[in-house]
Design a protein around this ligand. Structure first.
Ligand code: 13P
Length: 339
């Protein structure tokens, strides 16, 4: 358990956070469609290589979450990706869930699958170099959602995954994502997020999880993306902190937010505003997918001659989010000529 706690602490080291590069084959296809690039095993490999080879980004990136295909791929010079990351002091991680599927007998809610055979998969991923893992559950907001049924079944599955992960020597990142689509208010988001976290920590406790060897990856508390009146940066920071203070034990070493559908700049500004209100009982960091990668994807367009521009774009977002780890980010940095 000591090693798990050390890994968890390293993942939320000062000034650093996690790159989520674990898009499933279906999700990365959507991202590539948006830049008109065909998704093949080799274009996916080339794109991930671009990210992992970005010079100096390890100053801000402590770990990278990989997808099953990616953990088995190599850089152009033949170095397996997990080895390449390790050589830069970056910890390789692995997404192990098999996606959110319809929850039987529910009204359009989901349950995340992937527990069958997970012990054996963990043993293989450990061999391949993974030292942390991720499992994502999703919940929607509506007057009757998330239901108690959805909160508890997903909490139970997250805890079962976390137990197998700790048994295998990998730090489980538990990711209960309350989706922020729709027209809900900030208060509705706070209530839904708090409900889901409360059930999750009961299950983690009952299933004997050692909290110092875990990280939490939650959504931020936002008003719905389609709400007519949307809460500003300070309101979001305060509402999110209030929910976390109520529901996340201080034994958890770090909270690494997902970006959801936020703009890159909002994701950075929200994290910054929360850290500016610190210190907190846990490290507050990032585990962003889209908010770290969006400008890099746009700059790349699948062309080798754009690799450097794409790396610069990724480096900039990593650096700004690194600054947001200690409340030192300012929006003016976005318009400065160089990062
Ligand atoms: P986003 O930051 O794009 O939401 O992705 C994070 C993630 O890993 C979702 O599971």
């Amino acid at each position: 358990m000591h090693e798990l706690a050390e890994t968890a602490k390293a993942l939320v080291a000062e000034g650093k956070g996690i790159l989520a590069a674990d898009e499933s084959t279906g999700t990365i296809k959507k991202r590539f469609d948006s830049i008109d690039v065909e998704s093949t095993e080799d274009t996916r490999r080339a794109y991930r290589e671009l990210l992992f080879e970005t010079a100096g980004v390890e100053e801000y990136i402590s770990g990278v979450i990989l997808f099953d295909e990616t953990i088995r791929q190599s850089a152009s010079d033949g170095t397996p990706f997990p080895k390449l990351l390790e050589s830069k002091g970056v910890i390789p991680g692995i997404k192990v869930d098999k996606g959110a599927k319809p929850l039987a007998l529910s009204d359009d809610e989901t349950i995340t699958e992937g527990l069958d055979g997970l012990r054996e998969r963990f043993a293989e991923y450990y061999e391949l170099g993974a030292r942390f893992a991720k499992w994502r559950a999703t919940y929607s907001i509506a007057p009757d959602k998330p239901s108690e049924y959805c909160a508890w079944t997903n909490g139970h599955a997250l805890a079962r995954y976390a137990a197998l992960s700790q048994e295998a020597g990998l730090v489980p990142i538990v990711e209960p994502e309350v989706l922020q689509d729709g027209t809900h208010t900030l208060e509705q988001s706070a209530k839904a997020t708090g409900r889901v976290l409360q059930a999750l920590y009961v299950e983690l406790h009952d299933q004997r999880i050692s909290l110092p060897g875990t990280l939490l990856k939650p959504n931020m508390v936002l008003s719905g993306y389609d709400a007519s009146q949307r809460a500003g940066i300070d309101e979001v920071a305060e509402a999110t902190l209030e929910v976390l203070y109520r529901h996340v034990p201080a034994a958890v070493p770090g909270i690494v937010f997902l970006s959801g559908g936020q703009t890159d700049e909002d994701a950075t500004a929200h994290l910054n505003a929360m850290n500016a209100r610190g210190p907190h009982p846990w490290q507050l960091s990032f585990s962003y997918g889209r908010a770290l990668q969006a400008p890099a994807l746009k700059a790349w367009l699948g062309k080798p001659e754009n690799v450097e521009a794409a790396q610069r774009a990724y480096y900039r977002r990593a650096k700004f989010n690194g600054a947001a780890r200690s409340g030192l980010y300012a929006p003016e940095m976005e318009t400065a000529a160089t990062a």
